[in-house]
Design a protein around this ligand. Sequence first.
Ligand SMILES: [Zn+2]
Length: 382
Amino acid sequence: MTRSFKFEIESKDPNSLARAAAITTGHGRIPTPIFMPVGTRGTVKAIAPDDLMNIGAKIVLSNTYHLMLRPGEELVSRLGGLHKFMGWPGPILTDSGGFQVFSLSKLRKMTEEGVTFQSPYDGSRTFFSPERSIEVQTALGVDIMMCLDECTGYPATRAEAEKSMELTHKWAARCHAAWLQNDTDQVLFGISQGSFYPDLRRRSAEAISELDFPGQAVGGLALGEPLEDRLAALEAAREGISENKPMYLMGVGTPIDLIEGIKRGADMFDCVLPTRNARNGQMFTRLGRLVIKNARFREDERPPDEKCGCYTCRTFSRAYLRHLFQNEEPLAMRLASLHNLHYYLDLVTGAREALLNGAFSGYYTEFYENLRQGREEGFSKA
Ligand SMILES: [Zn+2]
């Protein structure tokens, strides 16, 4: 069948690799650069889909591993697919499940064929492979599926990085073959690895490019490495990826990671940071991070960010939010998550508008100028 998927570049920054573009999927158009809120179990924690729409979310990410184990992809499929099940009509991307299989499960056996692991939910043994990952993601009915990859930890030796990269390439070819057998509107993105060895990063991105996926991701970053190593890996990978394909920087990161990623040509981002930190009372703002439980906000009548247009900032004071967190009121999590996601979406939307107006360098400078000003006013580093 002819797939709905399209990627069109709208504007390029003359001084960097940053660009504004648009991705078309069967469930809608995604203006880029874009941040994807993470809905691990088919829900962005503490946030309903109408909130997501109100703050301008265009695509959400969900986790294959968790949905496969509970409630199971067959149940989701029988009930009409993930969009209907979670009440989100827009585009959905799922990760391959690999990261969680390797990080959350008790591994039983790992071969080139696949992985046998023990479910942390009920202890049952499950076999997971590139084909199985595509099968689950197909059944969920998502718009963008991801290849199963293997990611080394940080730091990794060159030999370890090379071995896991080679396995990732073999698995990418198998995922690609499994995807081509499906007659659906879904697309599959490849993922390159290579740890923090720039030559491996480039080689991996080139190897994945040969399979000509509709989009390409850079995986295995934000594992605790310094920012400069992360950016060097991204730059090396970028050289091996066609500029006519969307580039997705996986699991990254802080507001600084986003602006630096955009500058280096990344189009898509996801991270649990804005939602996870919100639930701990940390709010990201233009001026830096605000630890809302701090005693100095006890009588602070100002909103978390005086220039933010979100519902939380339009309606509530720092003092009230601090009060909610101190009493562990569920509303605290919702209001802080709403603000943090709004800020992340605002950051990428602002970058996009600047790119369309030929003003990205100014936007980039202003981003750091705001953080500098914030540090003077006692905000924590972004
Ligand atoms: Zn706000």
